[in-house]
Design a protein around this ligand. Structure first.
Ligand SMILES: O=C(O)CCC(=O)C(=O)O
Length: 259
């Protein structure tokens, strides 16, 4: 009962402000495993080659085939309930990546993630999550957000005084509307600020990342059915997202059996 009312409260805050911080969701042990996995993935990765991604930022995509300790973040029950309450039972991952904002990285261009979809403003197409793998501070480039901007009319952009840093401890997550204006902040500190960023979108939209192709049949089969659905192996309806008229999950399992 108390759990339900917590979800109601966080859902209401998310609806109202366009974001909600879920503090300290991971145990020390879980966080250590996640950070270790992040460091393994980042090993040898260079800076991005464009201004938006950040020329002092390292990014790792195509994570579903090498989830390791990240699985507990992507399937965290509190986050899953919140996202499901907004998007419905059937939804899918949008963009999914690990990001390491290195010292000296300037602030990212302000944007809202659902801007890639030419949809009316009242369609809640996307609910996203940024997991802090390090403490997020105003100094080290915590995500800057404009509270309430998910409700702004088209064309209104945030002015500097409207932006606030999402200060949160490592192991916390901010869940936010795909219509919320935000950007990675300027990292003025001497340390890297790492995050796992996970978008979720309605099932009838094309996700930013092509997860099924990036992951491949073998790796998809090694995921749990829940993660497979989130990777896009789920029809959006009886007639949308099928394989030759079949449910893609059934198709995948049959193709595994016939090998
Ligand atoms: O790293 C962050 O704080 C946000 C990054 C972001 O919004 C993006 O790259 O689209």
């Amino acid at each position: 009962m108390a759990e339900n009312s917590d979800i109601d409260q966080t859902s209401a805050t998310l609806r109202e402000n366009g974001f909600v911080v879920l503090p300290a969701l991971l145990s020390d042990q879980q966080l250590a495993a996640v950070v270790q996995h992040a460091d393994n993935l980042l090993d040898g990765v260079g800076w991005s080659d464009n201004d938006f991604d950040g020329r002092r930022t390292r990014r790792v995509y195509s994570l579903l085939g090498r989830l390791g300790a990240f699985e507990s973040l992507l399937t965290h029950p509190q986050v899953r309930r919140l996202v499901t309450a907004r998007l419905g039972e059937v939804h899918q991952f949008g963009m999914l990546f690990l990001s390491a904002v290195d010292p000296g990285q300037g602030a990212q261009a302000l944007h809202f993630d659902a801007g890639v979809y030419p949809l009316p403003q009242d369609v809640e197409a996307e609910t996203n999550v940024i997991w802090a793998l390090d403490d997020f501070t105003a100094e080290n480039g915590a995500t800057m957000i404009a509270p309430g901007s998910h409700r702004w009319p088209a064309g209104r952009r945030p002015q500097p005084p409207e932006l606030v840093p999402v200060v949160m401890s490592a192991g916390s997550a901010v869940v936010y509307s795909g219509r919320l204006w935000h950007a990675a902040g300027h990292n003025r500190s001497r340390a890297t600020r790492r995050a796992l960023i996970c978008e979720h979108v309605l099932p009838w939209l094309r996700p930013a990342d092509n997860h099924t192709l990036a992951t491949g049949v073998e790796q998809l089969l090694s995921l749990t059915p829940e993660l497979r659905r989130l990777a896009g192996v789920a029809p959006a309806s009886k007639y949308l997202g099928v394989v030759g008229g079949q449910d893609p999950e059934q198709w995948l399992l049959r193709s595994a059996r016939s090998r």
